[in-house]
Write a protein that binds this ligand. Structure first.
Ligand code: C2E
Ligand code: MG
Ligand code: MG
Length: 582
């Protein structure tokens, strides 16, 4: 049934319209009637009708005035202006004030009235659908970035006039990409929907939640004066997100990072507030996941600093400021040096020797990891070649490879070329990959890793136990070495759980014919326990810190003496020459 409200000062018109509508057999109409603007507005606000028929001439004004007032109130129900003056100006004005249509009273018939009403309803409906599509996210049903920015603008306008504050939160799911890449977009989409739902459950109806893009959400909290109130909400969101999500057959554990920008301290316009909330989110992600951070002015200075470092790092590659340090690895059984891990350093002109933590993330964001990785590979080949020239013992060098390098799809080719140029073979190096790298695009990675293994490279999983921690992929990928992360080794002598995990990881690796290496071994007690657990190799400060090229070369030379208990004058002279050239 279509409910119609006629707004006309003439009762005869009501009777006429009612009889016309009653004569329409195909649609069921209910006609109500008011004769003035005031009453009409009261009824319109109640939103009980599907369409309004408005007469141009009313007792307390014109139909155009009523249309204008409805437009200001953003009434979306269709309104049709009835007029008995054939005046195109009025018709045009009516459309400008948002009338869905106009009808000359002289031409009124049941067919025309019925058709105009139905068309007006349909048109408004499809218009509303279009507006909804343009302002909402199809997946989650939340509002989108466009509408969020508009609502934020209006909220700022309102807040300017009172003494309240408002807060913008920028939320980003941690490690969402891994879930999407490894479990597929369907699961990723379902997870985003579930996250949106949880957000709606935690927040109040008056708070605005938007899907800003990808795995980013924004929240607007208005009419607040207390920072603690915002912090409570942020804490509640983190807490809600940390409960397991059951999506299909998967139990997904996720965390969220939140940045908060409060008006007016963190910005007085929508763009600045959003940008600063995003910056604070970035800091929150860096420091501790599943937490929030308020925006602080220093963050922007730091961001500028990051940009500066990025520029400097591009130059560092050209200016030859990168170095490779070698951290020795020892075989537990024989107590012999059997290899080393190549670890990148940056000899910065002013800041001295920088560790990966100071620049790796920046290099990643600047898209420089592949270039940097190639530099490391070539440098390692060059160094192994010079040890050969010195007749020093052959040890295998492990190189850390980033997922970006796997994605280039020509890593095997690149490695083989670098080795060939220095007359080396794939047995001279080992490739270290993290669990995260393996899990991303696992299908594509699989082919790439198979190719590496077929070329003769040994593959190691680095930092085992800190990534996705699914043991199933150990069988799936061609892995031959497992490096147990230092976080397990750290407390192995005091924490029985860590000891139990380490022992079972070693046993499991052995069952799968893999070699185990314990990373970050710092004490004799840790070594003793690892020896008892049958760990194959150790790496850590107990044995040696990562060493610059000359020191590692010396170590190789000393181990040569240990092994052979002799050193020819020939080697001695060659080594002396080598050091002089460095
Ligand atoms: P990683 O591959 O797990 O390397 C081991 C890290 O642990 C190194 O840090 C090493 O200095 C440190 N370490 C070794 N023994 C001990 C110990 O006994 N105690 C403690 N507390 N730490 C120890 P570093 O050199 O700062 O490297 C950090 C990470 O940067 C590496 O972790 C690796 O993921 C990455 N990285 C280093 N070089 C490269 C590179 O050439 N390419 C890529 N893609 N990543 C690299
Ligand atoms: Mg490593
Ligand atoms: Mg490691």
């Amino acid at each position: 049934m279509i409910k119609v409200l006629l707004i006309d000062d003439d009762e005869d018109e009501f009777i006429l319209t009612r009889s016309l509508l009653r004569a329409v057999y195909t649609t069921d109409y209910q006609l109500d009637w008011v004769d003035n603007i005031q009453q009409a507005l009261e009824k319109i606000i109640e939103q009980q009708h599907d369409v309004y028929l408005i007469d141009y001439k009313l007792n307390d004004g014109t139909g155009l005035e009523l249309l204008e007032r409805c437009k200001r109130k953003q009434i979306s129900t269709p309104m049709i202006l009835l007029t008995n003056i054939n005046n195109p100006d009025i018709d045009n004005q009516a459309m400008e004030f948002g009338a869905a249509d106009f009808l000359p009273k002289e031409e009124l018939s049941k067919t025309l009235l019925d058709r105009t009403i139905r068309h007006a309803i349909e048109r408004v409906k499809s218009q509303a659908k279009l507006v909804h599509m343009a302002t909402h996210d199809a997946l989650t049903g939340l509002i989108n970035r466009t509408l969020f920015c508009q609502l934020l603008e209006s909220a700022i306008f309102r807040t300017k006039r009172n003494t309240n504050k408002l807060a913008v939160m920028f939320l980003d799911l941690d490690r969402f990409k891994i879930i999407n890449d490894s479990l597929g977009h369907n699961i990723g989409d379902l997870l985003l929907k579930a996250v949106a739902q949880r957000l709606e459950n935690v927040l109040r109806e008056e708070d605005v939640i938007a899907r800003f893009g990808g795995d980013e959400f924004t929240v607007l909290i208005e009419s607040t004066n207390k920072k603690t109130q915002i912090e409570n909400i942020a804490n509640k969101i983190c807490q809600k997100m940390s409960t397991v999500f059951i999506i299909g057959d998967h139990d997904l554990h996720i965390t969220i990072s939140i940045g908060i920008a409060i008006y007016p301290e963190a910005g007085t316009n929508s763009l600045t507030l959003l940008k600063n909330a995003d910056t604070a989110m970035y800091y929150s992600k860096q420091s501790c996941r599943n937490s929030f951070k308020h925006f602080e002015p220093y963050m922007n200075t730091d961001m500028n600093k990051s940009l500066m470092i990025e520029q400097e790092f591009r130059l560092a590659i050209i200016k030859n400021e990168l170095r490779v340090h070698y951290q020795p690895k020892k075989e537990v059984k024989s107590n012999q040096l059997i290899g080393a891990e190549a670890l990148i350093r940056w000899q910065h002109a002013e800041r001295g020797l920088l560790a990966p933590i100071d620049f790796l993330q920046i290099a990643k964001e600047a898209g420089l990891l592949v270039q940097m990785g190639e530099w490391v590979i070539n440098k390692v080949c060059e160094d192994i070649h010079s040890w050969r020239e010195l007749d020093l013992p052959t040890v295998c060098i492990a190189i850390n490879i980033a997922s970006e390098q796997i994605k280039t799809k020509n890593l095997a080719q690149m490695l083989c070329k670098a080795l060939q140029e220095k007359q080396l073979t794939p047995e001279d190096i080992e490739i270290e990959l993290t669990e995260e790298t393996l899990i991303q695009n696992s299908e594509e990675n699989h082919a790439e890793l198979d190719q590496l293994r077929n070329c003769g490279f040994k593959l190691a999983i680095d930092d085992f136990g800190t990534g996705y921690s699914s043991l199933s992929y150990l069988k799936y990928f061609p892995i031959s070495i497992l490096k147990i992360d230092q976080c397990f080794i750290q407390d192995i002598t005091t924490n029985p759980t860590d000891a139990a995990i380490t022992k079972s990881v070693i046993d499991m690796a052995h069952n799968l014919n893999m070699i185990t290496i314990a990373e970050g071994v710092e004490s004799e007690e840790q070594l003793a326990l690892l020896t008892r657990f049958n760990c194959d190799q150790i790496q850590g400060y107990l044995y040696s810190k990562p060493l610059p090229l000359t020191d590692f070369t010396k170590l190789l030379q000393d181990s040569n003496i240990d092994q052979e208990q002799k050193m020819s004058t020939d080697i001695f002279n060659k080594t002396a020459l080598f050091f002089a050239s460095k």
